[in-house]
Write a protein that binds this ligand. Sequence first.
Ligand code: AMP
Ligand code: MG
Length: 308
Amino acid sequence: MFDVDKALDLWRSEALRRALRIQSVVLDASREFLRRQGFIEILPVIISPITDPLTDHRVRGEVECYGFKYQITKSMIFHKQIALFTHPRIFCFSPNVRIESIERRNSGKHLIEFVQLDLEVREAKRSEVISLGEELFRFIVIAVREKCREDLEFFGRKLDLPESPFPQISYREAEAKFGPDFEEKLSCSQKGPFWIIDFPMEIREFYDREDENRPGILIDMDLVYPEGFGEALSGGEREYIFQRICYRIQQKGIQLEAFSPYLEIARRGLFPSAGFGIGIERLTRYLCGLRQIELTRLFAKLPGEFSL
Ligand code: AMP
Ligand code: MG
């Protein structure tokens, strides 16, 4: 069960104290950068009848209120698209709960509760949010290098400032060069962050937009950290046409009813958009050069472990 002494050692540790200081600079810098870019911060949604399906091993977290069934947010993807009715550029520090499989307990990368900096831009193309992601990342690195010199020294971390544009490789190219589990190998082989683009439709969720000129290929991307730190963010252009969304949902073998409130909105017309979500704990992990994700936030919950 809960080990109080172990938890106290962690809460009093120098590593956690310094990692959280770096994280605090990350939060400030992200807000400052995005405000300058004309973004509005929206508040997170914790429960909703709709959330990211993430059609894999992850269990659905559900709560019942007044006889209505709500799901605990796995990501705010649909709420971001809907928020664009109110404002054209939005971001949110969104808490996500994903009940990851127990095999991921020692991956160093997986928590069952984490926070994404999730943003969406009305009428944007992928290239625009790729540039935005690069500038955001560079802004954060500059801020951390400037404000957290002693903390970086403590971690023995020399943070390079990558030049924009970051390299890009397509999913198919990466797979051909490095084999099916290429992310880890590619990440280990790189010195700076890089993009994987054009994921095949079958391995992503239904909301990433299919390229009209290349059936089965999505206009989406992941940013990957170097040195084996792995995935930093996922994003892309979104499906926004009602019939396309219905088709993509059905292709995944999901009943349309599961998304009926979202589909009612899409029928009346969603904006075209693009965006991404970057995990804050993983970003902190990379900046600090830490291998254990549980050192990047208070009350970290590893798959399979009981925690506060
Ligand atoms: P995804 O929608 O799965 O691509 O998640 C967006 C981002 O959130 C990822 O690129 C990671 O940075 C982060 N993330 C996803 N799952 C987890 C997890 N289980 N623990 C910590 N961070 C995560
Ligand atoms: Mg992802």
